[in-house]
Design a binder for this molecule. Structure first.
Ligand SMILES: [Zn+2]
Length: 110
């Protein structure tokens, strides 16, 4: 019983290496980010970066979804006409709703 529990704990969710927001390939990296940052999206570089800090690990699913939504807005050109704080509000609202509906194991699918 304990062994099974340990095994389950070891098979933790890992982010996909690629995601396809609006059909565009974005590389997903897990790396050291600026202090206080859990995730970042670089539209020009087609990259989403997630924090490698162990304490951020429980937040990575929602963070990937958050950055994925930013990437959709970037790719579609909508982020260019939104103030940063307006875009952030839209992204947070969508993330909160969608995180209850999304299958995180399928975020890397086209
Ligand atoms: Zn954001």
């Amino acid at each position: 019983m304990t062994k099974l529990k340990t095994k389950t704990t070891l098979i933790a969710w890992a982010p996909p290496s690629m995601v396809y927001p609006a059909g565009i390939p974005f590389r997903v990296r897990v790396e050291k980010l600026e202090e206080g940052s859990i995730g970042e999206m670089d539209g020009a570089a087609r990259t989403i970066s997630l924090s490698s800090l162990p304490e951020h690990k429980p937040l990575l699913k929602e963070t990937l979804l958050h950055e994925y939504i930013h990437a959709i807005l970037y790719v579609s050109g909508i982020s260019q006409i939104l103030e940063d704080r307006v875009e952030e509000g839209i992204v947070i609202a969508l993330e909160c709703q969608l995180s209850r509906m999304v299958n995180f194991d399928k975020l890397g699918e086209r």
